[in-house]
Design a protein around this ligand. Sequence first.
Ligand code: NI
Length: 168
Amino acid sequence: MAILDILEFPDLRLRKKASPVTEFNETLSKTIDDMFETMYEAPGIGLAATQINLHKQLIVIDISDNKDEPLVFINPQIEIIDQTPEEYDEGCLSVPGYYETVARPRMVRVKALDRNGQAFEMETDGLLATCIQHENDHLNGKLFVDYLSSLKRERIRSKLVKAHKESA
Ligand code: NI
């Protein structure tokens, strides 16, 4: 397995829209394993393929304390079951060091394919519902900072740009 590079805001490649996964093969399987390893190492609770500059509809998530409940969502379709806004302090491996409160619908139904191409469906709320919506946004080129005021977003952008220059 391998640790992959994660794109960081404001990299424009994070704005690309992902296309559906059509081939379920060894390459996909290896990518999924690498994404989990990269996410666990970061550490994070979710990673979308967009963040590793792979513009395919593929998400990995594990919100468990022991990092032993890996979830894979391929070509996910999300339907909101309960619009009631629920707030979480969100972070993102592509926006390192920043956490901001974001409100999202509290309950969703997800239809997706697993790593073998088998269809499954789940209804979920709480942190997992928030996480799935956050990761699915990545596949559409959207970041959690887009939900903040433009002032806040600009402040984070300029600080990250400065940090990138200093580390270059
Ligand atoms: Ni993220």
